[in-house]
Structure formats: C-alpha cells, structure tokens
Design a protein around this ligand. Structure first.
Ligand code: TXA
Ligand code: MG
Length: 358
C-alpha cells in the first residue's frame, strides 16, 4: 500500500516531512512534488534504494536518474570537480528547473548514472522537496514519478494512477507549478550541450554563459533522437517518452500563419472523425475555439500566448484525454523559443517522432 500524506506546499509540516525522511533513510520510495513535476525519491547514495526506483517505474537501467540536492553547497558530495560554469549557473538558476551533468563522484552509486562517468544534479525550488532533502540528510535520486514512457505526473492523482501500491509513500502537495521537467545541460562536454529543453528556457542559459550546443546533426537546432534500445546519453532522447495511450496527431508549422494553422487543424480533425475515430483536442484556446462545432473530447490548455499556463497543463491534459477513451489526440506546435522549445520537444516525443507538416 502507498501511504498518502497531504502536505502544505509552501510550509510543509515538519512532522510529515520527518515521516517521509525516515522512509528515505530506510531505503524506501517517496514520491514528492517539485516545482517541475512530481519526483520518485530514494536515498541517492544507496545502491539498493536506487535499484528500487528502476523496478517501481519499470524503467530500463540505461536511463540514468537525477540527484536532487538541498543546495549547491552539497555538490562536493556528488562530484569531484565543480567547473566554473556550473558555479555561475548554480548561483543564477538554483534552486530551479535546471539540471547539470557533471563528473560523478565515486560514492555516487553507478546505477544512478547507467554506469557512466557522469551524474545529473539539480537543486529543486519546491518547499516540500527542499524540506525532504534536508530532513533525509542525503541527496535524493528522483526521476519523474510516472511509469516509464507515460506522461510525467503534475498532480498526486497522476502519481497514484501509475504507482499506487508500487511505492511506500506519496507527499501530496497539490499541482506542480511549471508542469514540464527541468532543462538538462551537459557541462562535461567541450562546449555546454543542451540534452533536454525544459522549465528553464535556453535563452536564459545562453544569456549567462554564451552559446550552447544543441544535439542533432551539425548545426541543427532541433530534436535529437536516439533509436529505442540504443544506449542514450540522455534517455529523455528516447523517442517513446511522455506518451499518452491514444495516438498523437502532432501538427507542426502551425505558428507561421495562424489562419493556415487553424485550417489545417480542422482538416485533420474532420478527416479523423470521418474515419470513425474518437478524437480528443489538445489545443490552446484560440485554436480550440475555431473547432468548437466538432464532436470531440476537449481539454483547454489556456491562451495560446501563455506558454507557462500551457506547460502547466500539458501532461495532466494528456492524461485527462486518455481517460475519456478516445483513440487519437490532435495537437499542434508552438514558436520554438522560451518554453515553446520544451513544449515542442515533449509533443514530438509523445508523437513518437511522427509529425504532420502543415
Ligand atoms: O524536473 C525534473 O528534472 C524532474 C524532477 C523530478 O526533478 N525529474 C526528471 O527526471 O525529469 P527523469 O528521470 O524523468 O529525467 C532525467 C533525465 C533523463 O531523461 C536524462 O535526459 C537526464 O536526465 N540524465 C540523467 N542522468 C544523466 C547523465 N548522467 N547524463 C546525461 N543525461 C542524464
Ligand atoms: Mg521522466
């Protein structure tokens, strides 16, 4: 059974945090809110505890985990060497939605890092995450608290949908604020490399440290994808990731001309309905309004201009549409800047790389 504790998201009750920290110290699994998505935490310096995370999530061992620290002062626990760029980024953006890839210290279990020489580290901003790491007195290894390849959990109910009975405890701190995972930046490469766009926009990183290398073909600032089964430096790069059960119809090129975008979405929706599919609409409000005559399930993502609100609702909306039993979900891309880059990345992966160019 999974014990669920309701915790105050801004002023977490010390006695509840102490209970959760005891589970972590005993080698157990605790799901907890961060400012991005819910994490599935275990003692990050205990190999058997870390192994339990992989089992509970049904996550392949070649997909490494992020270590969560209470502050940058704990970096010496997990890496032999803090490069100057890491210092600057930590000072500017921690606590916050930025994960740095650094060299792995010997005492960090190899299983966290898929046996590699590096480790992913971040300092989360959420008060519950902060309190839990401090009370546990150890770095906490935590992937997103979903079953492998399902949409990431942004609410306690999402965690229970995937992991009820598979983990010891869940700290329910309400909905997470950002709604998509942290940005992952590799600082062990010759030039800093973006492995996963996320809650901290690339522009903010480049404003501080200059140009960042984007994965993919030379010079191509686009999605990097590793075929399934192949060892991945960043398993966020696996194609089937964050996927709803229903097939995603992902229309790209909709931002260049809003009118053409709207017309294309209508065409795809009408063709899908004509084939007898049950359709869900995962569209921002202006696009949704243009299709309000169609017989489809719909979950509003908020104003097309408010990418933060869209990010906050994206994963829970995928889950909500899945629960209605539809077979296809129509969605569209965003301007590839700011949070739009992370939104496009998650949608591309959820669509398993199949896009409909409009
Ligand atoms: O916002 C987040 O990052 C959330 C919360 C819970 O902190 N966590 C999260 O963890 O998204 P997860 O396991 O779902 O994604 C971790 C990603 C991997 O997909 C991979 O891209 C990268 O972090 N990663 C972890 N260790 C790495 C390593 N040693 N080298 C390269 N990439 C690594
Ligand atoms: Mg994940």
């Amino acid at each position: 059974m999974t014990l669920v504790l309701q915790v105050d998201p801004t002023n977490p009750q010390p006695e509840l945090i102490a209970q959760a920290a005891a589970v972590i110290r005993a080698g157990g699994l605790v799901a907890f809110p961060t400012e991005t998505v819910y994490g599935l935490g275990a003692d990050g310096l205990s190999a058997p505890a870390v192994a339990r995370i992989f089992a509970a999530k049904r996550r392949p061992a070649n997909d490494p985990l992020i270590l969560h620290l209470a502050s940058a002062d704990q970096l010496a626990l997990v890496t032999p060497e803090v490069p100057p760029l890491a210092q600057r980024l930590a000072q500017a953006y921690w606590p916050g939605p930025l994960t740095l890839i650094l060299r792995r210290a010997a005492q960090v279990p190899a299983g966290i890092a898929a046996d590699g020489p590096t480790v992913a580290v971040r300092v989360p901003a959420h008060a519950v995450a902060q309190a839990l790491i401090r009370a546990a007195g150890t770095p906490i290894a935590a992937p997103s608290a979903n079953l492998f390849s399902k949409p990431s959990p942004t609410r306690a109910t999402d965690v229970l949908e995937d992991l009820n009975g598979r983990i010891d405890m869940l700290l329910d701190g309400g909905a997470t604020q950002i709604g998509i995972e942290s940005t992952v930046l590799d600082l062990t490469t010759a030039q800093p490399t973006l492995l996963r766009p996320g809650g901290l926009p690339l522009e903010q990183i480049e404003a501080l440290i200059g140009p960042v290398l984007l994965p993919g073909e030379a010079g191509e600032r686009e999605h990097a994808v590793v075929p399934e089964g192949q060892a991945a430096t960043a398993p966020g790069m696996l194609l089937k990731h964050y996927a709803p059960r229903a097939r995603l119809l992902y229309a790209v090129g909709t931002t260049a001309s809003p009118d053409r975008g709207k017309a294309a979405l209508r065409t795809i929706a009408e063709e899908t309905l004509a084939r007898g599919s049950r359709l869900g609409l995962l569209l921002c409000d202006e696009h949704m309004a243009a299709l309000d005559d169609l017989a489809a399930e719909r979950v509003s993502l908020g104003s097309c201009a408010d990418l933060a609100s869209i990010a906050a609702r994206l994963f829970s909306s995928m889950r909500a549409l899945d629960r209605t039993g539809i077979n296809a979900i129509l969605t569209h891309d965003y301007d590839n800047s700011g949070l739009g880059r992370a939104l496009n990345d998650r949608l591309y992966r959820a669509a398993e790389g199949k896009t409909i160019k409009v």
